[in-house]
Design a protein around this ligand. Structure first.
Ligand SMILES: Cc1ncc(COP(=O)(O)O)c(C=O)c1O
Length: 419
């Protein structure tokens, strides 16, 4: 008699197209804070967090309560038809906290890709220009525009072309690959001489820390010089904080680590603790560029998701999750630096708060660690252009003892050769 997991996997293979891949061959039945349990009663420490969605953990009681309370009132109206106060109040709360110069305004959507798409719409409407510059190894989503903006072909773009026009890729600074800040800025100049005049470029879009691309952190000097370059040419700067937001880097937004500000910021994932919600915040005069009805969507700012996001902001403040993110990240960083000293397959360790990654010399080492960790009850995700990086996206609410348990598992695996 086959186990429930393999039966489910067979049903999945039969009913779903193969393009919908799944990392784990086990199916979730229950989740609580940093623990996932499958249909066969096995459990895992969740260091994937639903891909950076669960900074406040699975089913935080405050968030569950907020959703339940909203369920008693209404679940959907379509904000653009019949508005509700909670949407406006959440925009007000985010406007107060988001690192944008001057008055900010915020609009809500459902997915990260949708937020990025709308940031591009706003930037084009505000500048009356069409060009969009993004970076190599960036990930911005799976819709057509965000797929074009993504700087990785397989598996995201292959077979799906042609891509929308007017999207150009510059080089993101990367000390491991030897791309200096000067190299990165020079690649923008190349775009201006080879592809598009700077006065036709609406926006430069970048992740302050590349997520899918391998947790590369934009150097402070790069951001300062990029801001100056953008200002010189009247180009808007959009920070894609879909993965970096809501405490992951030790601040509510990663842009708080930088001296300069973006004109627009996209956010999603941990914004609503597992409920689908995304947002674009930006300088009020820019956000007001599209005319009435130009922004929206049937489900944009769903009331249940908005209620969850209010609770997420409360939990981040009350449980001091930004401080905890910095503290857990520092602990993991020290641990990985020590592991690096006696594991020659480790080539780099990167951390900004709890946005922590360990890079290996080859993809096989990272995948072996991922598989061995999975067998030992620890769920890890890879990233990076070659899949040779392990990224850590544990809930910031994880109990200390469980965090240490995860480090013990990692420690025992990293002290063995990976391949
Ligand atoms: C930086 C960044 N932007 C955009 C997206 C797309 O978000 P979604 O999958 O919710 O559309 C992601 C998703 O991983 C992301 O990491």
């Amino acid at each position: 008699m086959e186990g429930k997991n393999s039966q489910l996997q067979q049903r999945k293979d039969d009913a779903l197209p193969r393009g919908t891949g799944n990392l784990c061959q086990w199916y979730v039945e229950q989740a609580e804070n940093a623990t996932l349990r499958d249909v066969e009663g096995n459990s895992w420490i969740d260091f994937a967090g639903g891909i950076a969605v669960l900074n406040t953990g699975h089913r935080h009681p405050r968030i569950v309560q907020a959703i339940a309370h909203q369920l008693e009132k209404f679940t959907h109206t379509a904000f653009q038809v019949t508005p509700y106060e909670s949407y406006v109040a959440l925009a007000e709360r985010i406007n107060q906290r988001v690192p944008i110069a001057g008055k900010a305004k915020t609009a809500f959507f459902s997915t990260g890709a949708e937020a990025v798409e709308n940031a591009v719409k706003v930037a084009r409407a505000a500048t009356r220009r069409h060009g969009i510059i993004t970076f190599g190894n960036a990930f911005h989503g799976r819709t057509f525009m965000t797929m074009a903006m993504t700087g990785k072909v397989a598996p995201y773009k292959r077979d799906f072309g042609p891509m929308p026009a007017s999207v150009f890729h510059a080089r993101y600074p990367n000390s491991v690959s030897g791309i200096s800040i000067d190299d990165a800025l020079a690649s923008l100049d190349d775009i201006f001489t080879q592809d598009i005049a700077p006065q036709d470029v609406a926006a430069i879009v970048l992740e302050p820390v590349q997520g899918e691309g391998g947790f590369h952190i934009a150097p402070a000097e790069f951001f300062t010089r990029l801001r100056a370059l953008a200002d010189r040419h009247g180009i808007l700067l959009i920070a894609d904080e879909v993965q970096t937001g809501f405490g992951r880097t030790g601040k509510l937004f990663a842009m708080e680590h930088y001296a300069v500000k973006a004109d627009l910021i996209t956010m999603a994932k941990s914004l609503a603790g597992g409920m689908p919600l995304s947002a674009v915040s930006g300088r009020a005069e820019i956000m007001d560029a599209p005319g009435p009805g130009g922004l929206g969507g049937t489900y944009a700012g769903n009331p249940l998701s908005i209620a969850a996001a209010h609770a997420v902001l409360d939990v981040i403040d009350e449980e001091k999750l930004c401080e905890r993110s910095a503290q857990l990240g520092a602990q993991l960083n020290t641990f990985l630096q020590q592991a690096r000293a006696h594991n020659s397959a480790i080539t780099d360790v990167r951390a900004l708060g709890s946005m922590v990654a360990v890079e290996f010399s080859d993809a096989q080492s990272a995948q072996t660690l991922q598989q061995q960790a999975m067998q030992r009850g620890l769920l890890l995700l890879t990233c990076g252009p070659q899949g040779n990086v392990i990224r850590f996206l544990y809930p910031l609410t994880i109990p200390d003892a469980q965090f240490r348990q995860a480090l013990d598992i990692l420690g025992s695996l990293l002290s063995q050769p990976q391949a």
